[in-house]
Design a protein. Structure first.
Length: 445
């Protein structure tokens, strides 16, 4: 029986070979003329100049891979998902060939609107920030090279792609397409876990069977999202654990968070004097240069120098704790608006000046706390063909159930206080007094 998407050139090339581009690890990404037409546009090429993990390379030197590489990896996953799901009549009857191609393009363009250091900047929730979805719409706007490439080579309108990336309408097909792009077992996570792990030089994000998981994909009971068959249970468990460990050991590694915290505070102090619409169109290198220029003579200049100057100098960790270690203090600091966290830090700074008898700079002490928004929870159904029933994976997996019973963010995303290195040594020697002052500042603000 002919595969329902067999006429899509990229899916055909995935099976029999054809023009390709190779990306780590040894992935052959179909690179047909119409894929090249998208990739060669000025709007897509800007992703070459935006790193995937921002400041993580201050700790993991190899983590300099770009959103350009990641986008190609997500596109490759989209092809593999579509080939597998096309074997499920419930999927192919809802998602036609044109919609499958729209999903492929959306996968390739899913990070189109991101700017340099997008995640730490967005985590602050500043009112002045333009949403990165608006940037995506602009880069796909009338007259753009990218929109023209879609019309000419794919017969796809820009608004069709944007509707997948930023929902405006609803249909069973769109819900299925969006669950592939953004859901518990989506093509984005499938790529970034492995790719970030590879470039960081750690094994954690690669310790799950991607092929087995993809081979187990099917449509969920409601017909509006993905599920997995019982044969993919172990692979799904390992993916859940891989994500947990990558957050714990890489994304929220204490030194990565120190660098992120220093950058966030610098941006927060400078953002009102910046033309954000222009800044976010720059390359990562040029954003750094502009921030350093604007910071001259300000309290955040030493922070940016420590991050991007000739000598790496990060603030040191004084204290860290999760929700189960210090529940009251954690609740007092986690999930607060960024401006309030800054105010708590300034209150703490004043108390520490009295405690140490030293005059401290406004950025000598920084509080890093989980942002307001939470991570997507791992909720996916598993289909038992013998019993012909769908059940939540957490009900049949002790691993997933254990992680579900403890809020992912509360355990992995710790509250930390960082201080200028010399001050950090002093505060560690006066730890009990420091904790009392932190508690007082958290409760009074």
């Amino acid at each position: 029986m002919l595969h329902p998407y067999a006429e899509i050139p990229e899916l055909s090339d995935l099976q029999v070979g054809g023009p390709l581009v190779r990306i780590p690890m040894q992935l052959d990404v179909p690179f047909t003329p119409r894929v090249r037409a998208i990739v060669d546009t000025v709007e897509f090429q800007r992703l070459r100049h935006i790193t995937q993990l921002g400041l993580a390379d201050r700790v993991y030197p190899g983590a300099t891979h770009t959103r350009f590489e990641h986008a190609l990896g997500v596109f490759h996953n989209a092809l593999r998902y579509l080939w597998q799901l096309g074997k499920d009549p419930r999927f192919s009857q809802v998602v036609d060939t044109h919609q499958a191609e729209v999903l492929m393009v959306a996968a390739l363009l899913h990070d189109l609107g991101h700017w340099p250091f997008c995640h730490p900047i967005e985590d602050m929730g500043l009112a002045e920030l333009p949403p990165h979805e608006a940037f995506a719409a602009e880069f796909l706007g009338p007259g753009s090279e990218l929109a023209a490439a879609l019309e000419q080579h794919w017969n796809i309108r820009a608004d069709e792609v944007l509707d997948v990336l930023t929902p405006k309408t609803d249909s069973p097909a769109l819900r299925l397409m969006r669950s592939i792009l953004s859901g518990p077992i989506d093509i984005d996570k499938m790529d970034y876990l492995e790719r970030d792990s590879l470039h960081a030089g750690v094994p954690y994000g690669r310790n799950f069977d991607r092929s087995r998981l993809i081979q187990s994909l099917l449509v969920n009971e409601a017909g509006d999202g993905l599920a997995i068959s019982a044969k993919g249970k172990t692979a799904a468990e390992l993916m859940v654990f891989a994500r947990y460990v990558m957050f714990s050991e890489v994304y929220w590694h204490h030194a990565v968070r120190s660098a992120t915290c220093m950058f966030a505070r610098s941006f927060y102090e400078l953002h009102r004097q910046l033309d954000l619409q222009s800044l976010f169109r720059l390359t990562e290198y040029d954003v750094i240069r502009e921030l350093q220029r604007q910071a001259v003579g300000t309290p955040v200049a030493p922070l940016l120098e420590g991050l991007f100057g000739a000598k790496r100098r990060l603030h040191k960790r004084v204290i860290e704790f999760t929700a189960d270690q210090s529940p009251e203090l954690y609740r007092a600091l986690a999930g607060r608006p960024y401006a309030e966290t800054v105010e708590v830090g300034l209150q703490l700074l004043s108390a520490l000046e009295r405690l140490t008898g030293r005059t401290l700079a406004a950025t000598d002490v920084l509080i890093d706390a989980p942002p307001v928004h939470k991570e997507v929870e791992f909720r996916v159904e598993i289909y038992d063909p013998k019993a012909r029933v769908y059940r939540p994976l957490g009900q049949v997996s002790p691993v997933v159930d254990a992680l579900a019973r403890t809020q992912f963010d509360d355990f992995v995303k710790r509250v930390r206080v960082f201080a200028e290195p010399d001050l950090a040594r002093i505060l560690k020697d006066r730890y009990d007094e420091f904790v009392r002052e932190l508690e007082a500042a958290a409760c009074s603000t």
